[in-house]
Design a protein around this ligand. Structure first.
Ligand code: NCD
Length: 315
């Protein structure tokens, strides 16, 4: 496994939240919180990362993650370059490392990678020059660490003490890096109960999500919970024949207003986006008073500022 910390204990790469200690996570969240601004105020702008160059390499589609990494870097004064490069070992003739060394020769400090192929961010991190950091912006179905952090920050803002909370992660868990990173961060932060709620076809196999109750009905799964994290059905990670019929899925597992009534009265509803309205979530819920979906997006920029600042050691 890739060594994410420097010998002095500071964060160098962020590939996964698995195994990160609680103190480090809390410091990142505190720092991110200091970057949050009300939407009617101008966003913070600083020169902390002046002279630093960040490269966004997205091998899979992304709107909010890519935009928020870019804005986070620019608002701290870094230079940003967005490259249409696929680091997948299956594409082009050039090896992953040729691409990385080419970029390094242009004096890049941070590589932000999104890849459909498992293992690429860690492999790159293991081979970059000592001054270069690698941040995963989503690795296959495995990990999406900055999403996990922004989800934790959002929950902390709305709910305060996490120890007594009941959180339900609902939907296509099997194919979801968002669910895995949420589990890692909420587990590290000591959340009281993390439920895995999925129809049989989307229930993860094996030893993952240790200690989490597994529920196969959404009604049982969200009853009494404080936080509902809905997930997108990841069609791109399943065979066409496995993609459920939209109407049937909504009837069985969609978050409707009626079902939301089963959760705690002040429960919050989350979704990483992009949403399939009317499939995993009803529009009335997505846009309703319990939804914190746009707050998650705002927090995404703040979290990525904190992570960029941490790995470049400019504090
Ligand atoms: C997620 C992703 O791409 O992993 N979206 C995001 O980063 N905001 C979740 C998803 O695509 O379902």
């Amino acid at each position: 496994m890739t060594q994410q910390l420097r010998p002095n204990g500071s964060l160098r790469h962020l590939i996964t939240l698995e195994g990160l200690d609680r103190g480090l996570i809390e410091r990142l969240l505190d720092r991110a919180q200091s970057y949050v601004r009300p939407l009617d105020e101008r966003p913070l702008s600083a020169s902390l990362l002046e002279g630093i160059t960040v490269a966004n390499l997205f091998g899979e589609p992304s709107t909010r993650t890519r935009a928020s990494f870019e804005l986070a870097a620019r608002r701290l004064g870094a230079e940003v370059v967005n490259l249409e490069v696929h680091l997948s070992s299956r594409t082009k003739g050039e090896t992953i490392l040729d691409t990385v060394y080419t970029l390094q020769a242009m004096h890049l400090d941070v590589l932000v990678l999104r890849e459909a192929e498992a293992g690429v961010p860690g492999y790159v991190a293991d081979h970059v020059a000592p001054h270069v950091s690698v941040l995963s912006a989503g690795e296959a179905h495995l990990s999406h660490p900055t999403q996990g952090l922004l989800d934790a920050l959002t929950i902390r803002q709305r709910k305060g003490d996490l120890r007594r909370l009941k959180v339900a992660i609902v939907g296509d868990i099997e194919h979801s890096r968002v669910a895995r990173s949420a589990f890692h961060v909420l587990d590290a932060l000591g959340v009281g109960e993390i439920r895995i709620v999925a129809p049989e076809a989307f229930m993860p196999r094996g030893e993952e999500f240790p200690g989490c109750p597994r529920l196969r009905s959404i009604e049982d799964g969200i009853r009494g919970v404080d936080v509902i994290m809905m997930l997108r059905i990841q069609k791109e990670r399943m065979a066409d024949a496995a993609v459920p019929d939209a109407a049937a899925y909504f009837a069985q597992f969609g978050l409707s207003r009626a079902r939301l009534g089963l959760a705690a009265r002040d429960a919050i509803v989350m979704h990483p986006g992009p949403m399939n309205r009317g499939i995993e979530i009803e529009s009335e819920v997505a846009d309703g008073p319990q939804s914190v979906i746009l707050q998650q997006v705002s927090n995404g920029v703040a979290v990525r500022m904190a992570v960029l600042e941490a790995v470049t050691g400019r504090r």
